[in-house]
Ligand binder design. Structure first.
Ligand code: NAD
Length: 313
């Protein structure tokens, strides 16, 4: 198949392009490089099955080569980056998703949407199943992302219902691994960078809030299972690691694994930061027999090793 990966120069997208090429597919990566990097794809550029196109998905994209499947990951994903340009984030989610859905209709191609656990907001139920509608502040500083992603899901579902668009939606929970942007302020990347530099590690709100962290290789297996099962189920499906960990425990483990002299310093909790986040993955287990296999320590060691290489360059 020829597969269009929108947002393929980012953290998850670059791993996805690599994995799809490894499976024998042709890959067209379209990206505006707003938060992704060409060097994430340098090792793929020589492959004839790989095409890289500079394209902002909020603009008309009529020159993209027709593909057999579209995978939409094109959206800034870290709070620091999506809050830098809230209108751009909304445009990516609304216009970008709509443009890609129109292309999918024209090409008769199935559509995969990378959604997010942020659609659950600061959740009132634990763990979060796909049936939970969420608790989102539509006016807060995170709303450009979480309301944008909610509306992108609504677009997808309505193209499915009213135009018969074959569809898969994955609600992705916090994912980590090599090629995260060291400067994007996400928890694991920030803690690893601060620990490797022996700088203080900033804990917001005391670090008692919890997250569940999924290693990139595990997430990719889930994404592939989801995207290639559009005939069986249209989604949404939670993809994440159900092992819930406090942010403080993650910081302490990273300090230990890096033999760091960093100390923990406390910062106030940012606006609308969720206190707990943990996926119920019963549906993914049932549909795809999928569940994460990488223990946090093993995934952290691989990620630390990659960041160590990047920082010492
Ligand atoms: P990322 O920022 O590394 O990647 C996003 C990519 O999309 C970048 O390459 C960026 O340049 C590109 N992009 C952004 N706006 C675009 C536009 N208008 N046109 C074309 N390209 C555009 O983020 P990521 O962590 O790889 O996340 C990928 C997707 O997965 C996002 O949609 C994100 O919402 C979703 N997601 C990620 C996580 C996570 O933990 N990483 C969790 C939940 C959901």
């Amino acid at each position: 198949m020829t597969i269009l990966v929108a947002g393929g120069a980012g953290f998850i997208g670059s791993h996805l392009c690599e994995r799809l090429l490894g499976l024998g597919h042709d890959v067209v990566c379209a990206d505006n490089f707003s938060t992704g990097f060409r060097q994430n794809l340098d090792h793929l550029r020589a492959q004839s099955a790989f095409t890289l196109v500079e394209q902002d998905m909020t603009d008309p994209a009529s020159s993209l080569p027709a593909s057999d499947m579209i995978m939409n990951l094109a959206c800034p994903a870290s709070p620091r980056q999506y809050q830098l340009d809230p209108l751009g984030t909304l445009r990516a989610n609304l216009l970008g998703t709509m443009n890609l859905l129109e292309l999918a209709g024209r090409w008769r191609a199935p559509f995969f949407q990378a959604s997010t656990s942020e659609v659950y907001g600061d959740p009132g139920v634990h763990p979060q199943s796909e049936l939970y509608w969420g608790n989102v502040n539509p006016l807060g500083s995170r709303a450009c992302y979480n309301e944008g992603k909610r509306c992108a899901e609504t677009l997808c579902v309505n193209y499915h219902r009213h135009r018969g668009q074959p569809l898969a939606i994955a609600r992705i929970f916090n994912t980590y691994g090599p090629r995260m942007d060291p400067d994007d302020g996400r928890v694991i990347s920030s803690f690893i960078v601060q620990a490797l530099r022996n700088e203080p590690i900033e804990l917001f709100g005391g670090g008692h809030q919890t997250r569940s962290f999924c290693y990139i290789d595990d997430l990719l297996e889930g994404i592939l299972a989801c995207a290639f099962s559009v005939e069986a189920f249209s989604g949404p499906v939670n993809l994440g690691n159900p092992q819930e960990t406090s942010i403080r425990a993650v910081a302490e483990e990273i300090i230990e694994l890096t033999n760091s002299r960093s100390r923990l310093i406390m910062r106030p909790m940012p606006e609308d930061d969720p206190r707990r986040r943990c996926p119920d993955i019963s549906l993914a287990r049932h549909l795809y027999r999928w569940e994460p296999r990488t223990a946090l320590t093993a995934g952290l060691l691989k990620t630390i090793s990659w960041f160590d290489g990047v920082l010492s360059r």
